[in-house]
Ligand binder design. Structure first.
Ligand code: TXA
Ligand code: MG
Length: 328
């Protein structure tokens, strides 16, 4: 594996060459790093699933470099999708649309729909535009684990299983894109993310459903247990944090605290992790802090999240999944 700490022209060329020859490239986006393959190459796409350890029926998002590619990859594109793509692309929004004939089964797990997105990241856009085709990419982590928000995270997770890592610095949004399904009668948000359902609803001037149930895997990957670090995550209200810290310490376990607000009266033994300011700052560092908690060998991480508004909805969603089960 060769990589380059500063993604200059040489690194982007290299990434494009690797994609063109059927290799896997980890690349930066504004949300999280992706593990990319040429979306038109079924063998390359199959390798993404192998490396991730992901079930083959969990479809991948196809990343595009320009708006005029939309109709190459989707058909019967509704007006709502045109409006959203013009408003939010490049940006943290994935649209589920009916797929065109060029989309191979390997990408969609045989579904008739495809997820499309133009990421808002200079390095990613250069790579995608220079490559010219679609890049199918899940987040560049092993299945079920925390998504990577830096090239170092990718290196730590995937090592030599990826052919090239394009380093574009830390991700600025920090949680995965909002997924909105526009293939049915009514728009439905399948996964909250950087762009809120409220904003989508405002822009479309129509109600948007929020998927929240456990019914047949609407967006496979929105499994109850996902985004899971080793540490046990507990979501705790601000005034309950000090007391819970004392309890955890009394049981002989190591406790960490990640608070959206400054929390007073914490026992000195509690390890305080620094959250960024406001919901956006919190989202930006969330996955890094979950990794920090594991690196520090904490047993329990008490998280006091920001209000569930804007990207705060996505933070709550990911924390619930991280808190659900701890894979060992
Ligand atoms: O921000 C993001 O979306 C990042 C960056 C790399 O773009 N990607 C990402 O990919 O989070 P992944 O594979 O980890 O999550 C994509 C989600 C999965 O839950 C998948 O099931 C869902 O999108 N998805 C993709 N295509 C779909 C489709 N046709 N129908 C329903 N869900 C789909
Ligand atoms: Mg993922």
């Amino acid at each position: 594996m060769v990589d380059d700490p500063k993604a200059g022209i040489g690194a982007i060329r290299r990434a494009v060459a690797v994609l063109s020859s059927g290799g896997l490239v980890a690349f930066p986006t504004e949300t999280v790093y992706g593990l990319g393959a040429d979306a038109s190459n079924p063998t390359a796409v199959r390798r993404v699933f192998e490396v991730k350890g992901r079930p083959v029926d969990h479809p991948l998002i196809v990343h595009l470099g320009a708006l005029d590619q939309l109709d190459d990859w989707a058909r019967d594109v509704p007006d709502a999708a045109r409006v959203l793509s013009r408003t939010f692309w490049p940006g943290p929004l994935t649209m589920i649309l009916r797929r065109s004939n060029r989309v191979v089964d390997e990408v969609t797990g045989g579904r008739e729909t495809v997820g499309l997105r133009i990421p808002d990241h200079g390095v990613a856009l250069e790579m995608l535009r220079s490559f010219g085709g679609g890049v199918a990419a899940p987040s560049a982590n092993r299945f079920g684990r925390v998504s990577p928000t830096s090239a170092d995270h990718v290196r730590a997770d995937l090592g030599d299983d990826v052919d090239f890592i394009l380093d574009g610095g830390p991700c600025t949004v920090g949680v995965e894109s909002t997924i909105v399904d526009l293939s049915g009668d009514e728009p439905e948000v399948l996964r909250p993310g950087g762009i809120s359902a409220d904003l989508i609803s405002q822009v479309l001037a129509m109600p948007v459903r929020l998927w929240g149930g456990e019914r047949d895997v609407a967006a496979p990957g929105t499994l109850a247990s996902h985004y899971a670090p080793e540490v046990r995550v507990e979501i705790v209200a601000v005034d309950e944090v000090p007391g819970r810290c004392v309890e955890v310490l009394a049981s002989g376990l190591r406790v960490g605290v990640l608070g959206a607000e400054e929390i007073h009266d914490l026992p000195v033994e509690a390890v305080v992790l620094e959250a960024g300011g406001g919901p956006d700052g919190f989202a930006r560092v969330l996955y890094e802090r979950l990794r920090d908690a594991d690196r520090l060998g904490l047993d329990i991480l008490l998280v006091q999240p920001p209000e569930p508004i804007g990207v705060g909805v996505a933070i709550h969603d990911r924390l619930k999944r991280a808190a659900h089960v701890r894979p060992r």
